[in-house]
Design a protein around this ligand. Structure first.
Ligand code: C5P
Length: 226
């Protein structure tokens, strides 16, 4: 498309899935590939934005399409939080599309644990809620958007997260339907803003969905108007 509505805007996007290691070879993770965040970065660049992409465990071959994007690689939620907090201050629009694990193993062994000494149960600790922390720091000129990957009813839990995490918009995204969710090249979603205006984005490529989301944001939130 020819829209340049993000001209000169600084856009910060997180993508992929964080990993919390028990030892060098075992981790708690999730199936996120980073494709949605990469599509958001591509769409933002083509609309004129200056884009920083914080990449959690994204396969390098997926990043080759990203001309003109500053990419920062992270693994854990703590690392992602550090980078996001640093970058957030100068961002006009931040989109948290990464799947962040909610917990991490309470201890880490720098040596690979032999099979016989693997624990029967793994004690877990919570990780920080990154987007909620950004919500607390958000200035009036900044726009903060989250994603909510859900099974079943996608809108009700997304509305709850929108309010609880002080977001300007949230993208409710089914992960139990074909042609949507983790690893898929296509997706569909319901975009919701802080006035609870909802817009269904019909199944389409993740790049198309990214553009539809930016259209929704420029129509519905004050933050990224010029
Ligand atoms: O995991 P949950 O469904 O609550 O995620 C909703 C939003 O919160 C997503 O944008 C996700 O990236 C973000 N999140 C986060 N830090 C966490 C968990 C989720 O920033 N620890």
């Amino acid at each position: 498309g020819g829209r340049r509505d993000l001209q000169g805007k600084r856009v910060l996007i997180s993508a992929g899935g964080t990993r919390e290691h028990l030892d060098p070879v075992r981790f708690i993770g999730n199936p996120a590939t980073g494709k949605m965040g990469i599509a958001l970065a591509q769409a933002a660049v083509s609309r004129g934005a200056e884009v920083t992409l914080v990449c959690a465990a994204i396969a390098p071959h997926l990043l080759t399409t990203l001309g003109g994007v500053r990419a920062i690689a992270v693994t854990t939620a703590a690392q992602m939080q550090q980078v996001m907090l640093d970058e957030f201050e100068t961002a006009d629009l931040t989109i948290m599309s990464a799947a962040v694990a909610d917990v991490k193993p309470a201890s880490y062994s720098p040596e690979k644990l032999p099979k016989r000494s693997l624990p029967e149960a793994i004690a877990l600790e919570p990780v920080p809620d990154i987007v909620a922390e950004l919500g607390k720091r958000k200035q009036p000129h900044q726009t903060l958007v989250g994603f909510a990957a859900q099974t079943g009813d996608i809108v009700t839990p997304a509305l709850d997260k929108l309010r609880r995490k002080q977001l300007d918009a949230i993208v409710a995204n089914p992960i139990d339907k074909s042609g949507a969710g983790f690893g898929s090249d296509t997706n569909w979603a319901v975009a919701i803003d802080s006035q609870e205006r909802q817009q269904k984005i019909e199944p389409c490529s993740k790049l198309e969905l990214a553009h539809r989301l930016f259209d929704f944001l420029s129509l519905n939130t004050v933050g990224i108007h010029t």
